[in-house]
Design a protein around this ligand. Structure first.
Ligand SMILES: Cc1cc2nc3c(=O)[nH]c(=O)nc-3n(C[C@H](O)[C@H](O)[C@H](O)COP(=O)(O)OP(=O)(O)OC[C@H]3O[C@@H](n4cnc5c(N)ncnc54)[C@H](O)[C@@H]3O)c2cc1C
Length: 567
């Protein structure tokens, strides 16, 4: 009755103030692969259905409580640089929390770093993408060294004798973090060091120099002198490094430990104090006459290392899809259990719009990532057959740049909206959402920031004008199925009419390319409700600038049902 105050509840404690209710149960005990219907469907579609069981084992690991703890612990206990030992000897070691090593071990044992280079099953890149997208939902920091170890292989192959020595080590499925010669432990983790203080995007500005020791040349020994301003995962066993030679910028393989067990002159100056990505160490290093061997031809450093860069860009797309799925899963779970104004949040019409919009974005990014991974399988098969400008290779080259630009750009705001679905609880570290949010911008900066990726699309088009034809050919496989997609593809073609202003308009053009490709994939293969919402809001102009602005007529129930964890 109004105005009356009830008797205080007297339980065990006379000071009991309240019961805890309307809070959300922990999200654990899931199979985050099998529960991810868009990924499950895409894995089958892109030819990697054989990996289902394996991905489910990983999905249950990642969806279980202990693994979620690894991510939290590895971030709350940041890596620490130990420059010297207690006696003053330089050691240049970074100490990680045991949870970091657990994550790394999980990644290596599940072959996230190696599958396409070792498997004889069909579509190993697509299979690996399914595994990677599943694993990275636990924590994204360890993705960096796992990705670099995966991506180093095609670059190493430019120097067959180095590939013969190192490929068995970087594809080994045992993880050993000790800083001893890789040959002794039988495994290796790889990193890369390109960025210097004066330039990261424009690596031609590199000032690190390499002096030949025995005549030099491809495969030859060199001594490196200089610095690198960003060098992540500095405890890795080998690095690909760019340095200047008389012939120009060249690529080198630099081991952290020399074959005789002594440490290479790779000195860690300090660790970066980063926005996010706290579990992983990123360092500034100096090379004081470090021993290295040239990979590829002298003066061909960029074309050599670009093989590694391309594969890391693929992972930026897959990783962005993983981050979106992780945020979405938490948002769907929270809103399904939290009530406000008499209903579960997920049943409130406006919240349904926000969640459905987030589902659409997550599905579109997943479809794009998985299609891109298959392009790597197809391009690789063509290369094995001796082709070097096949349709699959041209599509892979262009779609990697388009996909990296767009999926990485869409990730941070997606993470923010998933966070906001939790209300204040999402702003609190314990929810895990701040970690996801802080991580989200990194993939966009790393390995080619937004503008650089847009310009890379133009570069690919200039080098191989036929690649636009191939790209549009893929998009137009959906021609006639949705008028909004057809109209947008027509507009996209017109955007290439004025080459003079193309660079200024590059972001807009690349955005249109990405949206048309995603639209085509969803129209052809996706759920009709998801495809309809995508075409209406992203292609047909019936949507706003923020999430939660889908038109009222879309099938919210069908879209949400596909993505809900308790499906
Ligand atoms: C956490 C983290 C880890 C990293 N790890 C590594 C690592 O392990 N190894 C490594 O080598 N590097 C690493 N990097 C470096 C990263 O790859 C570079 O920061 C990135 O390539 C950009 O280079 P930059 O910082 O020098 O920026 P800049 O090159 O100065 O670019 C600044 C801005 O200008 C834009 N821009 C550049 N050129 C143009 C142009 N022509 N037109 C329009 N806009 C342009 C860029 O898009 C960017 O937004 C890491 C970075 C981070 C944040």
């Amino acid at each position: 009755m109004a105005g009356t105050v009830s008797e205080p509840t007297r339980g065990d404690s006379p000071w009991k103030t309240h019961d805890v209710f309307n809070q959300v149960p922990p999200l654990e005990g899931l199979d985050v692969f099998a529960g991810n219907l868009p990924l499950l469907e895409a894995t089958e579609r892109e030819g990697a259905g054989w990996v289902r069981e394996r991905a489910s084992v990983l999905g249950r690991l990642v969806g279980g409580a202990p693994q979620l703890e690894w991510g939290r612990l590895a971030n709350e206990n940041k890596p620490v640089l130990r420059t010297f030992d207690r006696y003053g000897h330089r050691i240049d070691e970074v100490e990680f929390h045991p949870a970091w090593h657990q994550l790394m071990r999980m990644g290596v044992e599940h072959e996230l770093h190696s599958l396409p280079w070792t498997s004889t099953e069909p579509a190993p890149h697509a299979a690996r993408a399914a595994l990677y997208m599943t694993a990275m939902q636990a924590e994204a920091g360890f993705a960096c060294p796992i990705t670099m170890t995966f991506a180093v292989v095609p670059a190493l192959r430019a120097q067959p004798e180095l590939a013969a020595e190192w490929e068995p080590l970087v594809t080994s499925t045992s993880y050993d973090p000790r800083l001893i010669p890789a040959s002794e432990k039988g495994s290796a983790i790889a990193g890369m060091a390109m960025t210097e203080k004066q330039g990261g995007s424009d690596v031609r500005a590199n000032t690190t120099v390499a002096h030949p020791l025995n005549g030099g040349g491809a495969g030859g020994e060199y001594e490196l002198l200089g610095h690198k301003w960003f060098c992540s995962a500095p405890m890795s066993d080998l690095f690909l490094v760019l340095a200047q030679t008389e012939e120009g910028l060249s690529c080198f393989l630099l081991p952290r430990v020399l074959p005789d067990g002594s440490r290479n002159a790779f000195h860690i100056q300090r660790l970066k104090d980063k926005l996010g990505n706290h579990s992983n160490a990123s360092s500034e290093i100096e090379l004081h006459g470090a021993w290295a061997r040239m990979v590829g031809e002298p003066g061909r450093g960029v074309p050599t290392i670009i093989e590694m860069v391309g594969h890391t860009r693929l992972d930026c797309v897959i990783g962005s899809a993983a981050g979106m799925r992780s945020g979405l899963l938490n948002a769907l779970h929270h809103t399904a259990h939290r009530s406000a104004f008499g209903k579960h949040l997920i049943d409130q019409p406006l919240m349904r719009n926000v969640l459905a919009d987030l589902c659409v974005e997550s599905e579109a990014t997943t479809a794009l990532a998985m299609r891109l991974a298959r392009a790597y399988d197809e391009a690789h098969a063509d290369a094995e057959a001796g082709e070097d400008a096949s349709d699959a290779q041209l599509f892979k080259r262009l779609a990697t740049a388009v996909g990296k630009y767009w999926s990485c750009k869409r990730a941070p705001n997606h993470a923010f909206e998933c966070l906001e679905c939790h209300g204040g609880a999402g702003y609190v570290e314990e929810s895990g959402m701040p970690r996801l949010y802080r991580e989200a911008p990194l993939a966009s900066i790393w390995e080619g920031s937004g503008n650089v990726m847009s310009l890379d699309v133009l570069r690919a088009l200039t080098r191989s004008p036929r690649s636009l034809e191939v790209f549009l050919g893929e998009v137009e496989l959906a021609a006639g199925a949705d008028g909004r997609l057809d109209a947008r593809v027509g507009e996209l073609k017109e955007q290439f009419a004025d080459p003079v202003t193309l660079e200024t308009r590059a972001r807009r053009v690349v955005e249109s390319m990405a949206l048309c490709l995603q639209g085509s994939l969803l129209v052809r293969h996706g759920d009709p409700a998801v495809a309809d919402a995508f075409c209406a809001s992203r292609l047909g102009g019936d949507g706003g600038l923020e999430y939660g602005t889908l038109p009222a007529g879309v099938d919210f129930e069908a879209i949400l049902a596909r993505s809900r964890p308790e499906r």
